[in-house]
Ligand binder design. Structure first.
Ligand code: IPD
Ligand code: CA
Ligand code: CA
Length: 289
């Protein structure tokens, strides 16, 4: 047998970021082309937790593209993991044993996608030894591509992203989500919402955690919080926010790491005010005792 048949073909000239961008853009284009054609609408962890054949197809496409270039890298994709917080935590722990891990949400905002509400995204991050080094979020509806590289800044279509300048909650535009987990996450999030709404300029809930994070990075939102998210909702966005000058932590203010599920991301200036408000409302998702 000829030697070249033994070794898998690897395109070595492509950078991690270029591959992430290519995968997000290709998947995004395909997802958008399938808008309004969803045939298999199924539920996962709860009646509100939706999945379609488009989520699965997009994840397959992204996996293939990544593995063509980096066959020895691990991939943590939402659709490859059993639903629920326990299975996610286990899958994350397991994959993080690998040196390079790609963390993929093929469609963040599936509910929006199913309804034709144009606010959904593809989120792809690359972690090296647990540290996020690349983050890409693509919004096919607006053709907006957010890219961050560790230590090199963050960009939307080549223009640097910078967090906003508000210094008080009063002047802040804050986003949150209504988690599909109605037993644990939703009631806690509602407590935070009830407490924060009268203190801020206003609250938005677009329905894609990844895009909310990208919008914090781009200074379109002052901050974002949500209870009960997963690494694939947050990893790329977390790098975007920090590389744009913002702060990302859990809801008690501890620095973000991939296992964090209760998130606060902000422009930095209002971070402690947001964290304090959630603490006062007993809405951090962590035991206060
Ligand atoms: C959901 C979105 C939504 C958030 C949910 C997530 P999915 O992700 O990010 O904004 O509120 O908690 O599960 O299921 O559309 O990938
Ligand atoms: Ca998601
Ligand atoms: Ca998803």
């Amino acid at each position: 047998m000829d030697d070249k048949n033994k070794v898998p073909y690897v395109v070595s000239s492509k950078s991690y970021t270029a591959v992430a961008i290519n995968a997000a853009a290709k998947a995004g284009e395909w997802i958008k082309s399938r808008l309004g054609t969803v045939k298999e609408l199924n539920t996962k962890y709860s009646a509100q937790d939706l999945v379609t054949e488009v989520d699965k197809g997009a994840e397959q496409m992204i996996r293939k593209l990544i593995l063509t270039h980096f066959p020895d890298h691990a991939i943590l994709g939402e659709e490859g993991v059993e639903p629920g917080p326990k299975a996610s935590a286990q899958a994350l722990e397991e994959t993080l044993k690998e040196e390079y891990v790609w963390i993929v949400d093929p469609v963040d905002g599936t509910t929006n996608y199913v309804h034709g509400f144009p606010f959904y995204s593809i989120s792809i991050a690359l972690a090296h030894k647990g540290e996020i080094i690349v983050g890409v979020i693509y919004d096919p509806s607006r053709d907006e591509l957010f890219v961050a590289e560790k230590g090199k800044g963050a960009y939307v279509h080549g223009k640097p992203t910078v967090v906003s300048g508000e210094v008080t909650l009063e002047t802040s535009l804050i986003a949150t989500g209504f988690p599909a987990d109605q037993t644990f996450a939703l009631p806690i999030n509602m407590a935070g919402l009830q407490h924060l709404a009268p203190q801020v300029r206003n609250i938005r809930s677009g329905g894609s955690a990844a895009l909310h994070m990208a919008y914090v990075a781009a200074g379109r939102l002052t901050g974002f919080w949500e209870i009960g998210l997963n690494a694939w909702d947050l990893a790329a966005g977390a790098l975007l926010v920090t590389e744009s000058g913002g702060t990302v932590s859990d809801t008690t203010g501890r620095p973000y790491e991939l296992s964090v599920r209760h998130i606060v991301a902000s422009n930095g200036a209002i971070h402690s005010q947001l964290v304090n408000a959630l603490q006062i409302a007993d809405a951090t998702g962590y035991d206060s005792h």
